[in-house]
Write a protein that binds this ligand. Structure first.
Ligand code: BGC
Length: 361
């Protein structure tokens, strides 16, 4: 499946030695005369640290390596700003636009406008439902959720939990990924609720993945459950940390396994401390590289075969879906070895001994 993105579509042999295709007025060739410039709109910097610490860094790395012009901006969770940035990028001459939508409605408006102006489009990380992006580049997000469900159940077993009450902190209701994550963890946990092996506790979606709001929501969940929550399926590290902060207040941290996603510095530290059960590592460097390769090809009027599609209603969207990996205490070191976070970031003074114990040298 990954092979497809490495295959550059045949562009035809230049037999005349001519270097330009300016005389050719076919659409694709016309695109090849433009200088590639890639616009990227990131969603915010609070729902997850990844957007600024990983995506921006690895996208810049990929664009610089390809020697292509780029403009990366962050909409800071403001849908109006998102559209304004897109308009400015289109006016500013981007040949390809990559977006991480804040919701499918504004995402679609931006994609359709770009398309109407001849700008190539990519859904980066989040699929825009009913949208018009030429490619979708992400991870297998249902597998992300499955790893979370399996991780929580592994940690509950290790704690010897009997008929544990499990609560859910789902991601933003406007993020298609949140729907896919839930489908993944439901596939593991629902059969356990149905067989009464586990008890389904409170479930809430966290608007815009707002970490602060997640703490309030989790506190209400704990009250509603009379303090008896034995495991928390939190959809990412930020939501997990919010739950952990409330568990700490109630002296329950470390006793109640909590999941996460993104292998953030904070999430990895929570794992080392024993307050978080696991996280899901997504190698954003590969995601950024795949998206950058496609954006550059599109700008040149080339079409790459990704070898895979994802259904959006009736539309088959050519897609690259990378493989996520579950991380536990003993594999925190793998995330550092991969260059996603540094030892210095994770192993600060307070975590030095925990790092050494976890084999991080
Ligand atoms: C991303 C996650 C991220 C979340 C909040 C999702 O769409 O896939 O990696 O934690 O958004 O930003």
């Amino acid at each position: 499946m990954r092979k497809g993105i490495l295959t550059i579509a045949a562009v035809g042999l230049l037999t005349t030695g001519g270097l330009t295709a300016c005389g050719d007025d076919s659409g694709d060739k016309a695109a090849s005369t433009k200088t590639p410039k890639i616009g990227v709109i990131l969603p915010d910097s609070k729902s997850s640290a990844r957007w600024e610490t990983a995506d921006r860094r690895f996208l810049e790395e990929a664009f610089k390596a390809a020697n292509v012009k780029y403009d990366i901006q962050n909409a800071q969770n403001d849908k109006t700003a998102f559209q304004t940035i897109a308009d400015q990028m289109i006016t500013g001459g981007v040949t390809a636009l990559m977006i991480v939508n804040l919701d499918s409605g504004t995402g679609k408006a931006v994609l359709d406008k770009a398309k109407s102006q001849g700008v190539a489009t990519i859904d980066y990380d989040r699929l825009t439902l009913g949208g018009s992006a030429q490619y979708y580049v992400s991870f297998d997000n249902e597998t992300v959720g499955k790893l979370q469900g399996e991780g929580l159940s592994k940690c509950l077993t290790e704690k010897g939990a009997k008929n544990p009450v499990v609560s859910y902190l789902n991601g933003s209701p406007t993020d298609n990924n949140a729907t896919l994550f839930k489908a993944g963890y439901d596939s593991v946990l629902k059969p356990k609720f149905d067989s009464k092996e586990y008890v389904k506790g409170p479930e809430d979606a966290v608007p815009a993945w707002d970490n602060a709001q997640a703490a309030t929501i989790f506190e209400q969940q704990l009250t509603k459950a009379n303090g008896k929550i034995d495991g928390v399926l939190a959809a990412n590290d930020g939501l997990g940390n919010a739950a952990i902060s409330i568990l700490k207040k109630n002296k329950l941290n470390g006793k109640v396994p909590v999941t996460g996603q993104d292998a953030s510095t904070e999430g990895l530290q929570n794992i080392l401390a024993g307050d978080q059960c696991m996280t899901v590592y997504k190698a954003v460097r590969e995601e950024a590289k795949a998206a950058s390769d496609l954006a550059i090809a599109l700008a040149k009027g080339e079409k790459k075969d990704t070898g895979q599609t994802v259904k959006d209603g009736d539309r088959d969207v050519p897609s690259v879906l990378l493989t996520p990996k579950a991380i536990y205490k003993d594999t925190v070191k793998d995330v550092i070895a991969d260059g996603y976070v540094t030892k210095e970031e994770v192993c600060t003074a307070a975590y030095a001994k925990l790092c050494a114990d976890a084999g991080i040298s």
